[in-house]
Design a protein around this ligand. Structure first.
Ligand code: ADP
Ligand code: MG
Length: 394
């Protein structure tokens, strides 16, 4: 059993909140997508409203040692704007040490302390015990609200937990578990799973875990060509994982056995390379000419997949339908996002970093039931795996 932040008495307590402020920055050190910061606000505000002292910690990027390019300062600035004038955000220049301990102790009501990038210390990812103890030293309560890193056992997500008196999860983690949990455990039928992205190998366990639960599985993205080739269909120069052909055949068989309608593209948008240099060529049939590669699902497939999504009561989507970074190969991805947004009778859940980015770019996030903040973490959750960050809180 995991307890949540609103079940604890917090008055006067220093609450260490592991947030996920791993946000994208531009060249001028501005946050270009603040979704993750906004998603952390309910927990931070809950602690403030309960008279607790929030001490926030996160990683940002993959720095090798201390590197100002990876400072959390831009996140502190954005957080301060989002919290408004009522509250004050203080920034520490490290995440451990006496200076941090003193700032944490001296926090006044209405103040929030953000610690500097956890990954400035290599001990964070190594889950070093000494470092974990130092992190724990500034806290009375540990709260994990970083769903995006819950699949990693690092010092701040797992190692430090036993060294803090009380532990709990935050409100974002609760939302993620509830929403992703609902589609995995109690999806209303018809349950349609839309899978895409670059590799079958990334998604095998998700397919295996969800096949017995869904009625329809729509496959797009590069992984579709491994499935098509496994059925003996010509896929030209499309990206294929040759060592996964047998597995693809097995998955197709088990879909048949389970009575799941596993749907593959019936036409394609092709090109000569997966970038903007290539022209987009419509291929109106299943087989792809020898000199072309499939880069998006075609118009007939878009209509077919839209129809399935329209008829669903639950839709789970992971992985773009094509090379959506290039506008001429983004229509398939867009059509799935639009069909989900338009189905107001269904639970619509998006997992996966690139798919979530596509939905955000299209401005459709608010029309979905839930867009997960965790790329890898949501994938592992959908595989049915236990996440170490959640296990540590039990
Ligand atoms: P997610 O992060 O949502 O789980 P993935 O990381 O699995 O998604 O896949 C996203 C990547 O897959 C994108 O970079 C996209 O360009 C690539 N991709 C999708 N379709 C194709 C294709 N037909 N050929 C090559 N790459 C593709
Ligand atoms: Mg990805």
């Amino acid at each position: 059993m995991v307890r949540y932040i609103d079940e604890l008495q917090l008055t006067g307590k220093r609450v260490f909140i592991r947030v996920d402020f791993n946000v994208p920055l531009d060249d001028t050190q501005h946050v270009t997508d603040d979704t993750r910061i906004r998603e952390a606000l309910p927990t931070i505000k809950k602690v403030l409203a309960s008279g607790g002292k929030p001490i926030l910690a996160s990683h940002l990027g993959r720095p090798k040692g201390v590197d100002p390019k990876f400072s959390l300062m831009p996140a502190a600035k954005r957080l301060s704007e989002l919290l408004g004038k009522e509250y004050e955000v203080l920034m520490a220049d490290d995440c451990i040490g006496e200076g941090v301990a003193k700032m944490a102790k001296d926090l006044k009501p209405g103040q929030v302390l953000l610690l500097e990038n956890l990954r400035f210390h290599k001990e964070e990812e190594a889950n070093d015990e000494g470092f974990a103890r130092q992190l724990a030293a500034c806290a009375d309560v540990y709260c994990n609200d970083a769903f995006g890193t819950a699949h990693r056992a690092h010092a701040s997500t797992a190692g430090m937990v036993p060294f803090v008196k009380e532990k709990c999860a935050g409100l974002l983690i609760r939302k993620e578990i509830e929403q992703l949990g609902k589609v995995v455990k109690h999806a209303e039928k018809p349950f349609v799973v839309v899978l895409g992205g670059s590799k079958v190998s990334d998604k095998i366990k998700v397919i295996e875990n969800l096949l017995p639960k869904c009625q329809v599985m729509l496959i797009g993205g590069a992984m579709a060509y491994t499935f098509l080739k496994a059925q003996g269909i010509e896929v030209g120069k499309s990206r294929v994982e040759e060592d996964k052909l047998t597995l693809a055949t097995k998955l197709l068989d088990s879909a048949k056995r389970l009575g799941v309608d596993l749907v593959l593209p019936i036409d394609h948008v092709c090109g000569t390379s997966p970038d903007a240099k290539s022209a987009a060529v419509d291929v109106l049939e299943r087989a792809i000419p020898k000199d072309l590669m499939g880069l998006d699902i075609g118009g007939k497939t878009r209509a077919l997949y839209t129809q399935h999504v329209r008829d669903a009561r639950t839709v789970l989507w992971n992985g773009p339908m094509g090379v959506f970074e290039v506008p001429k190969f983004a229509e398939g991805t867009k059509s799935v996002a639009v069909a989900m947004a338009n189905n107001r009778d269904a639970q619509t859940v998006v997992g996966g970093g690139d798919s979530a980015a596509a939905v955000n770019e299209l401005g459709l996030a608010a029309k979905m039931t839930h867009v997960s903040t965790g790329g890898g973490a949501s994938l592992e959750f959908l595989e049915g795996k236990e996440l170490p960050g959640l296990k540590a809180l039990e």
